[in-house]
Design a protein around this ligand. Structure first.
Ligand code: MSP
Length: 511
């Protein structure tokens, strides 16, 4: 059994922006966490390459769509490498493999009698690649997300009988675990309660798409095509893929992590398409919030994006990961503010965690011959041990419930408590009296052990920082042994050597 997690497949109209990095980092941390917990993970990401938006972007650049897609897809692949994303599959919807899965899926849906031809009229947003139900009454009909004019469409399309699946979709979305967080679920319940309308799955005016096998002048609607990327990603056969083989390789997905703007597609349209094709449904759809700047969604079309490459080279990936994963409640919107970013990195990582490690390691080296002291007092009134054990429990529960920000915050809380413990015990005063040596060795052991656990808990969130902490403690983490077992208090070996400390993270400067 595999654990399958997916990011959305990103449009290749431009290189990745911080919004796409955000979703991908969330998935990366969950994938890392699940692997550390012993699961066999298939982490799928990739790009959505067809449709009018991409066709126009390529034509504005004066290049053919395929070379445009090749260029931008490569940028995504490179970026994911730079951000250390640990995906197992990178899917491209312009690949032959994907095309043949889409065709086979279409023929299944057709066999279920769910396709018919009709006329599609309505206001369309090319940015969203979506017809809008209630365009506002302004003369220009602007898309609320992209702030661009909608376009009137009136053409012959193939339709999918979504309405046929009304009661099955209702049953699905009424299951509390299917859509998260729960505020999002209510939005969808409300939408479905108004009655599902059939939707068009082909276009006659878009040449950049997969040709519908029995309608040569139609290409598949980009969403009908793209959602299947989650399935075609699972096929190992480049030349001779089949739906059956992809399904046998692990379908269904355990969780689709997406932004709230594309929840309808994942929680309503997609399950209905899968039901029609006789396939199993994903177990969960999680709709996260938007990253905003000045309260507006950050997006390519709005021109207010933060360049992730600049953030990466200026601040490093660990800082950006920490800010996005710890400071933004997963599911809610989060405003990116430079000052807050710098403060959080300096307070949490440099001061609270980094200093704790360095000063304790220095004291230990000075007083105990460059080594970890023993914890030799037998009475078990050890508040820090209790705190660390409780933290591990809470952290695992939060991660299992996809509350990543809460998981990150309990780590920070343990670090704060460890600092308080150290300041309360004041080993630098105790050491002045030789008689206190046992007490001091106990205090230092406890603080170092707590720091070891903090470092291990950071592994899915901040892999580099975590391994720096581990190195400073004498490389105690064993990759080939169970991570969860190593989270148990008391694994720090007394007398093990402590290397010379150096800062695990540089403090950031304000702009
Ligand atoms: N191609 C479709 C997805 C198809 S999935 C089969 C798409 N692509 S997208 O590139 O426009 O967006 C991809 C994801 O990035 C979406 O989940 C979207 O919500 C997310 N984000 C785009 N801008 C964002 C922010 N400013 N903040 C957070 N996430 C945002 O939609």
């Amino acid at each position: 059994m595999s654990f399958i997690i997916t990011t959305p497949l990103y449009y290749v109209n431009d290189k990745p922006h911080l919004g796409s990095i955000y979703t991908t980092l969330i998935c990366d941390s969950i994938a890392r966490y699940k692997r550390l917990s012993g699961e066999n993970v298939i982490f799928i990401t990739g790009v959505d390459e067809h449709g009018l938006k991409i066709q126009r972007t390529a034509s504005n650049k004066g290049v053919d769509p395929q070379s445009h897609c090749d260029e931008i897809s490569n940028t995504f692949i490179q970026n994911w490498e730079e951000w250390d994303i640990t995906q197992n599959k990178f899917v491209r919807t312009s690949s032959k493999k994907h095309e043949s899965i889409v065709n086979e899926f279409y023929s299944r849906v057709k066999k279920s009698n769910d396709i018919y031809i009709g006329i599609q009229k309505g206001w369309y947003c090319v940015g969203c690649e979506e017809f809008k139900d209630n365009p506002d009454n302004s003369p220009t009909h602007k898309c609320p997300v992209h702030q661009k004019n909608l376009e009137w469409k009136n053409e012959e399309n193939l339709f999918f009988k979504l309405s046929k699946y009304q009661s099955e979709i209702e049953d699905l979305i009424n299951q509390p675990e299917f859509i998260q967080p729960k505020e999002r679920r209510n939005e969808i319940i409300n939408f479905v309660s108004k009655g599902l309308k059939d939707f068009s799955i082909s276009r006659t005016n878009v040449s950049w798409g997969i040709t519908v096998p029995d309608k040569q002048n139609h290409t598949f609607y980009v969403w009908f095509d793209a959602l299947l990327g989650y399935v075609s990603a699972l096929s190992h056969h480049m030349n001779d893929p089949s739906l059956e083989e992809s399904i046998n390789n692990g379908w269904p997905a355990d969780i689709h992590i997406i932004g709230k703007d594309i929840l309808r597609f994942h929680a309503v349209y997609w399950p209905a398409m899968l039901l029609s094709a006789g396939m199993e449904l994903p177990k969960k759809v999680f709709g996260h919030g938007f990253l905003t700047r000045e309260g507006q969604k950050m997006g390519k079309s709005l021109g207010n994006v933060l360049d992730p490459n600049i953030l990466l080279s200026k601040y490093g990936k660990e800082s950006v990961r920490w800010y996005l994963l710890k400071d933004i409640t997963l599911g809610s919107d989060g405003d990116f503010q430079n000052k807050r970013f710098v403060d959080i990195i300096n307070n949490d990582l440099a001061n609270t965690i980094g200093n704790l490690l360095n000063r304790t390691s220095s004291m230990s080296r000075k007083w105990f011959d460059n080594r970890v002291p023993s914890n030799n007092i037998l009475n078990d009134d050890n508040k820090l041990k209790l705190k660390a054990t409780e933290t591990v429990k809470k952290y695992l529960n939060h991660f299992n419930a996809y509350e990543i920000d809460l998981a990150a915050n309990v780590i920070l809380n343990l670090a704060i408590n460890t600092n308080l413990y150290l300041n309360d015990k004041q080993p630098w005063l105790l050491i002045k009296d030789k008689e206190n040596i046992y007490k001091v060795s106990n205090v230092i052991y406890n603080v170092l052990e707590s720091t070891r656990i903090i470092g291990l808990l950071l592994l899915p969130l901040l892999p580099d920082l975590s391994s720096k902490i581990d190195k400073q403690l004498g490389s105690l983490y064993f990759k080939d042994k169970s991570w969860t077992e190593q989270l148990v208090w008391g694994r720090l070996k007394h007398k093990s050597l402590l290397p010379t400390p150096s800062p695990i993270i540089e403090k950031l400067e304000y702009e």
